[in-house]
Design a binder for this molecule. Sequence first.
Ligand SMILES: C[S@@+](CC[C@H](N)C(=O)[O-])C[C@H]1O[C@@H](n2cnc3c(N)ncnc32)[C@H](O)[C@@H]1O
Length: 263
Amino acid sequence: MRRDVKEFYEQYPYPQLPVKKKADLLSKLHGNVMREILETTGRGASYFSGKNVLEAGCGTGEKCVYFALHGAHVRGVDISNASLAHARKLADKFNVKVGFENADVLQMHGKEKFGYIYSLGVLHHTENPKKGFCNIAKMLKKGGIITIGLYSASGRLLHRMHRAQIALFAGKGTKERMQYVERNIYGRKLRAGVEEAYVADKYAHPYESYHTVGEVLGWFGENGIKPVGCHPKCGFGFLSRKITQMEWMAQRKTFFVMSGRRI
Ligand SMILES: C[S@@+](CC[C@H](N)C(=O)[O-])C[C@H]1O[C@@H](n2cnc3c(N)ncnc32)[C@H](O)[C@@H]1O
């Protein structure tokens, strides 16, 4: 399974955002998304200045460069060499130093400690998301913050049905599914780069798993991490999180982000 996922990201590095200027990263394209995600930490962008930051599963490196531009010392790891090559180019383009490295979150036993750890859209593509989480959480300093993003079991329900339908008609192969999406959803050839990467990730991924806020609270608890925030907004009490996650199903909020602080 790891091999399939690696091959997939060697072919479709993600997200390959069309970043031309610093402003695209800091305020336009990426800045708006990052603002919502980082709200879950309860800290502003100045928090990252001088911090040791680890991005686990950094893809094409936009977030690593974003943190580096905010004055962080950043290390980005990923299993895809093609993604890391994009990421290195991006860091060079903006003249920031980021330590990029090929590493698997399921094998990480690093002794190095980080003040901030960020891993969005990665763990649910591994065969053991909890193990991946525990591995990176061990590298979090006391008082440090970790942010993870996962597919929501409830929010992604309709999309899962759609994926199953595509697999039924097109088969399990990535190429066949991409061709099916081109023919039946887009009605045209997909543009190489960001569009192809987005569509592949959404419809033709070889493996994904689905998670709940309660499950992440359990992972946090086992690793001495206190929850700080969630996006979309969600209470952490039993009833409140159940109700909110039911709403995510209707609203098709397929992805959620949670941050916690090591105590
Ligand atoms: C959907 S992309 C997310 C990229 C980036 N985190 C972002 O939010 O833009 C998932 C990334 O996780 C990487 N990945 C998947 N499994 C991994 C693993 N076991 N260890 C490290 N990286 C992994 C993939 O190669 C891919 O670059």
